[in-house]
Write a protein that binds this ligand. Structure first.
Ligand code: XMP
Length: 310
C-alpha cells in the first residue's frame, strides 16, 4: 500500500462525502480511531467535532491522556461522561453477546445525541477490515459494525457513517497513523476493543468489578511491556476462588492474564512469557488487589479461542 496516496485519496473522499456540512469523529485513542480522526480533521478542519465518550470502561487515566495527545496535534477533544448510562445498560447482563449489543446500542444512542446537538449528519469512525470480517462471519458483534450487518445508522441513530479505514488491516493502519504524524505511543499502541474493559469482565459488568480489572490491567501492561506483545491484558472471571489468609479461608476473585502474538488479530498464539515476569505479575495482582486470590495465565491460541473473552 502507498500510504501517501491512501491518505490523499481518503482526505478527498471524506471532503466529498461530508460536503459543506458537519461531522463528528468518534475517538477512543486506539490506533484506528486516532488515524481516522486525524484524516477527518485534515479533510474537514473545524467542520469536524471530535468526541471521546467516557463510558466508565476505559483504562486508567485514558480519557485525559488521549485529550492531551490530541491537544499537541492541535485537535480539541470533547469528553462526554456517560459512565452511569453505560453501567445502567450493562446491569444484570451476563451473556457475552447481550453485553456487546447493550454496549453498541448505548454507544450509538450517545453519538446520535451528539450529532443532533452539533447539527452534524456524519459520524466518522475507525472500523477496519478485521472488524467487518469477524462480525459478518458471526464470530462476535464488534461494537462498530452497523451497515455491514443490515443496521441502517440513519434510521436507528440519525447519522450516516464514514469509515475511511474499512479496507485496511492493523499493520497498514499503523503505517497510516505514523504517516499522519501521530506519536509512537499511538501508532504502536496495542489494540483495545471498543467495548473496552466490558470485554474483560465475565459475568455482570459493574463499576466495582471494572475497577478490579482496571488495576490488574495496569499491572499486566507495565510488567509485560518489555516483551512488546501484540496485545496483553487482564480478565476477571465470574466466580470466586478459595484462598487462605492468616490461617483462614478467604474467597476471592480470579484474574486471568492473556497475552498474544498476532499479525492481524485474525489468528493468535499465546506469548511465551518468561516465568519471572509471570510470577511477578501474579504477586503484584494479589498484593495490590486484595480482593483477588488467584491468577492464571491463558495458553489458548485463536482459533479455537478468540483474543478477548467475550
Ligand atoms: P477477538 O476477541 O475477536 O478480537 O479475537 C480480535 C481483535 O479485535 C479486538 N476487538 C474489538 N475491537 N470493537 C473493536 O473495536 C470490538 O467490539 C472488539 N472486540 C474485539 C480485540 O481486542 C482484538 O484485537
Amino acid at each position: 500500500m502507498n500510504t501517501k496516496t491512501f491518505i490523499e485519496k481518503q482526505v478527498e473522499e471524506i471532503r466529498r462525502t461530508v460536503g459543506g456540512g458537519r461531522a463528528i469523529s468518534a475517538l477512543s485513542g486506539g490506533v484506528d480511531s486516532s488515524a481516522c480522526t486525524v484524516l477527518a480533521h485534515r479533510a474537514l478542519g473545524n467542520q469536524l467535532k471530535v468526541i471521546f465518550i467516557d463510558d466508565g470502561l476505559m483504562r486508567r487515566d485514558e480519557p485525559q491522556d488521549v485529550r492531551k495527545i490530541f491537544a499537541k496535534l492541535g485537535i480539541d477533544v470533547g469528553i462526554v461522561d456517560l459512565a452511569d448510562e453505560f453501567f445502567a445498560a450493562l446491569a444484570g447482563k451476563i451473556d457475552p453477546e447481550e453485553k456487546r449489543k447493550a454496549f453498541r446500542y448505548t454507544f450509538y444512542k450517545a453519538f446520535g445525541r451528539e450529532v443532533v446537538k452539533s447539527k452534524a449528519k456524519f459520524l466518522v469512525q475507525g472500523t477496519i477490515a478485521a472488524d467487518i470480517i469477524e462480525t459478518k462471519g458471526g464470530i462476535k458483534t464488534q461494537h462498530n459494525i452497523l451497515e455491514q450487518i443490515g443496521i441502517d445508522p440513519e434510521k436507528g441513530f440519525g447519522f450516516k457513517v464514514v469509515e475511511p479505514l474499512k479496507e485496511l488491516f492493523k499493520p497498514d493502519v499503523r503505517k497510516v497513523a505514523e504517516a499522519l504524524g501521530l506519536p509512537e505511543k499511538i501508532f504502536k499502541r496495542m489494540p483495545f476493543p471498543g467495548p473496552a474493559l466490558a470485554t474483560r469482565v465475565l459475568g455482570e459488568v459493574t463499576p466495582e468489578r471494572v475497577a478490579i480489572v482496571r488495576t490488574a490491567t495496569v499491572i499486566v501492561e507495565e510488567e509485560i511491556a518489555p516483551l512488546k506483545p501484540f496485545q496483553a491484558f487482564a480478565v476477571l472471571m465470574n466466580d470466586m476462588g478459595t484462598g487462605v489468609e492468616g490461617g483462614r479461608r478467604k474467597f476471592g476473585h480470579v484474574i486471568v492474564i492473556r497475552s498474544v502474538e498476532s499479525k492481524d488479530a485474525m489468528t493468535a498464539e499465546a506469548t511465551p512469557v518468561p516465568w519471572d515476569i509471570l510470577t511477578k505479575m501474579a504477586k503484584r495482582i494479589v498484593t495490590e488487589i486484595p480482593e483477588v486470590t488467584r491468577v492464571a495465565y491463558e495458553l489458548t491460541p485463536k482459533p479455537p479461542a478468540t483474543i478477548e473473552y467475550i
